[in-house]
Design a protein around this ligand. Structure first.
Ligand code: PLP
Length: 396
C-alpha cells in the first residue's frame, strides 16, 4: 500500500551528533565562528549549515521545522512561539499598508480580532465572507487584494474550506491562499491541495499535551527565507522564535500524531452518532448529511478520519454552562478552551474562544449562544464517556 504523504516524517533520519536517536537539544542563544568571514556570510544568508542566533534559526527548531515540512510536503517551515505568531507573521509578511485581505467570517477569535481590529493601524482592509460560498469569495477580491485567509475546518462552526477551489481563485488573481490547518493535521494537507502557506497552532493536536503554546508556518523556501531575512523578515524582526527546548519536546510528540489523530477521529465519530441518535442538534463533518462532509471526504487522507472536533447546540448559554459543569463533575473531561489534548475539553465558543467576535456577527455567521464545542480526547472506553454525558443530559 502506498504510504500516506503526511507520514513522511517517518522517512526522516534525525539524530544527534552522538547518534542520540532524539536529536540533541541545542540550548544556545548564539553560535560561535572560527572565521569572521563565515559570520558575515551567515548574516547575508550565504553560509549553508551555519547558525547565527536563535531568534533567526536554531538546530533544534530546524529539526522540528524539517519534520513539519515533510508532513506538509512544503520545501521549508519555521516554528513560532504561538499559533498567533505564525498567523500574524504570515499575514504581515504578505500584506503591506494599503492592501486588502479576504477572510473567512468564521475563524478562530484571535485571528478574527487581529484582522477585524488590529490591522487597521497598518491601513490593511479586510472583507469577511462565508468561505464556503466561492462566488462571494471571488466577488470580494479587489485590485489590492493580496490574500485569501481561511481555516481548513473553521473554528468553531467546523465549516470545510474547498482548498483546491480557493487555490484556483488565488492563482487566477495572483494572490496567496493562507490556510490554518490547526484542526486537521495529517487529515488535510493544504499545501498539497494548492494552498501557498499553511499555518498551525501546534499548541493543539500537533503537540497534543497542553504543556505549551507553539506555532508553525509551512511554505516554499522563498517565503520562509523572506520571513527570517535579517533585514526585512517579519518573523526575524518581530521575534516570536520558539524555545528550542520546546521544539525538541514537540518533535517527539509529533511522532505519535498519526495514532492520536485516528483515535481522536474514532471517538468523535462515536460521540457524534450517539448525540444524533439522542436527538441533539449536532455538527460533525464526519456525519453523512453534514454540509461539509462530501468536500472533506474528497480532500482528506481517509485513514485519519474526520477529526476530533464536534459541536452540539444547547440553544442557550445557560443550558450550555450547566451541561459543561455537570460533565466536568462527572469526569467526562475539562471545561477549558483549547483542543487536541488527550483528555476531552469542552467550552461554549460564543463566550470563550469566539468572544472576540461581536455578538451580532456571531448571529450572522450562525453561531448559537448555546454552542458547546468538544475536542474529543483519546478515551479508551468512549461508550463509558458517552454514558456519563447521557446521564448529564438526562439530569439537566
Ligand atoms: N488557530 C486556531 C484554529 C485556533 O483554534 C487557535 C487557538 O485556539 C489559534 C490558531 C491560536 O493559537 P495559539 O493559541 O497557539 O496562539
Amino acid at each position: 500500500m502506498q504510504q500516506d504523504p503526511s507520514t513522511k516524517i517517518f522517512d526522516l533520519l534525525q539524530f544527534g551528533e552522538y547518534g542520540d536517536v532524539n536529536p540533541s537539544v541545542c540550548d544556545s542563544a548564539t553560535f560561535t565562528f572560527m572565521q569572521a568571514k563565515t559570520m558575515l556570510d551567515t548574516f547575508q544568508g550565504d553560509a549553508e549549515g551555519c547558525f547565527l542566533y536563535s531568534r533567526h534559526w536554531n538546530p533544534s527548531n530546524k529539526y522540528l521545522a524539517d519534520a513539519l515540512s515533510a508532513m506538509e510536503g512544503t520545501e521549508s517551515a519555521w516554528v513560532t512561539a504561538s499559533g498567533m505568531a505564525a498567523i500574524t507573521c504570515s499575514i504581515l509578511q504578505i500584506c503591506n499598508s494599503g492592501d486588502h485581505v479576504v477572510c473567512s467570517l468564521t475563524t478562530y477569535g484571535g485571528t478574527f480580532a487581529f484582522l477585524f481590529n488590529y490591522v487597521k493601524k497598518f491601513n490593511i482592509d479586510v472583507t469577511f465572507v462565508d468561505i464556503t460560498n466561492l462566488d462571494l469569495v471571488e466577488q470580494a477580491i479587489r485590485p489590492n487584494t493580496k490574500m485569501i485567509y481561511t481555516e481548513s475546518m473553521t473554528n468553531p462552526l467546523l465549516q470545510i474550506s474547498d482548498i483546491p477551489a480557493l487555490a484556483r481563485i488565488a492563482n487566477d488573481n495572483n494572490i496567496k491562499l493562507v490556510v490554518d490547518n490547526t484542526f486537521t493535521p495529517m487529515i488535510i494537507a493544504p499545501y498539497r491541495l494548492g494552498a501557498h502557506v499553511v499555518v498551525y497552532s501546534m499548541t493543539k493536536f500537533i503537540n497534543g499535551k497542553n504543556d505549551c503554546v507553539a506555532g508553525a508556518i509551512c511554505a516554499s523556501r522563498e517565503f520562509i527565507d523572506s520571513l527570517s531575512d535579517v533585514n526585512a523578515g517579519t518573523a526575524m524582526l518581530l521575534g516570536p522564535a520558539l524555545d528550542p527546548l520546546r521544539s525538541s519536546s514537540i518533535l517527539k510528540n509529533m511522532h505519535t500524531l498519526h495514532i492520536r489523530m485516528k483515535q481522536h477521529s474514532k471517538n468523535a465519530l462515536y460521540l457524534a452518532e450517539k448525540f444524533r441518535e439522542y436527538g441533539m442538534k449536532i455538527n460533525y463533518p464526519g456525519l453523512p448529511g453534514n454540509k461539509g462532509h462530501q468536500k472533506l471526504a474528497e480532500m482528506m487522507n481517509p485513514e485519519f478520519g474526520f477529526g476530533g472536533l464536534i459541536a452540539i447546540d444547547m440553544v442557550t448559554a445557560d443550558r450550555a454552562a450547566k451541561l459543561m459543569e455537570m460533565m466536568e463533575k462527572a469526569g467526562v473531561g475539562y471545561l477549558a478552551v483549547s483542543l487536541g489534548y488527550f483528555k476531552t475539553l469542552f467550552s461554549n465558543s460564543g463566550k470563550s474562544t469566539s468572544s472576540e467576535v461581536p455578538e451580532e456577527i456571531q448571529r450572522e455567521m450562525g453561531l448559537s449562544e448555546g454552542l458547546v464545542r468538544f475536542s474529543v480526547g483519546l478515551d479508551n472506553d468512549i461508550e463509558n464517556s458517552w454514558q456519563k454525558i447521557k446521564t448529564c443530559l438526562e439530569q439537566l
